[in-house]
Design a protein around this ligand. Sequence first.
Ligand code: ZN
Ligand code: ZN
Length: 271
Amino acid sequence: MAIIFDSHTHSDNSPDGSHSITFMCEKAVEKGLSGLCITDHCEMNVYKEERFDLRIAQSIFETNKEGRVFNGQLSVLSGIEISDVFYDLDLTNQVLGSIQVDQVIVSQHTSEDHMDVYYSNFKLWSSQQIHEYLEWYFRYLLDVARWDGYDVMGHLTYPIRYISGVHHIPVDLSRYQDLIDQVLETVASKGKAIELNTSGLRQVLGDTMPNFHLLKRFRELGGEYVTLGSDAHKAEELGEGIPRAMEMLEEAGFEYRTVYKEHQPLQFKIV
Ligand SMILES: [Zn+2]
Ligand SMILES: [Zn+2]
């Protein structure tokens, strides 16, 4: 059986998470995982209003505690999923400088108006508006990729989860291939990672984020590091889709999967 490490998980320290870190660790053991990284949300656009300072401190404290409790049984690593990092870059740097975690996932959940696209009803958007948003999104990701404060770029094709998944509007990603190539090339040349996010496999999208084509493209452009994450918001989702993600990694030409510890990419042979 493949060894499953889940690099992207949310506890109830995330506003949309369901379970305590203790319960998640118990469930991870029950499911036979080798380990997990707790990457609770930190949304910089609403950092103060939603008290992410307290949420993050609590998440890291509990993760470290459970790391000691489950020592020898389960590898419990600490992390953060930080979004909208340029909303207030000084604050972002201050937050990241004040915490000690194993892995920083950078994501972009919000559109240009700093609203999470989870709330966007793309059915009311014209195809031109969707096109402009996607162009903005990948350009923004390029700036994020060039920035230094992250280890892993999270769910590269996040808008597709909503545009195509939730709202069933087809998107031709090849229109953005030049931009996406620049993003992937930048991440690769900086020695950083992308994640293969498996949440879409169990959701309406029915695919990973990014998809196989872009995963392969990352390899072709010199990418070495790929983490695998379920983006579980409930304990029962832990590890979901990761065996499939490992097959995809191999098919795309990777020999290793990556786990971040103290911001260092550790490579594990895919078996
Ligand atoms: Zn996310
Ligand atoms: Zn997430």
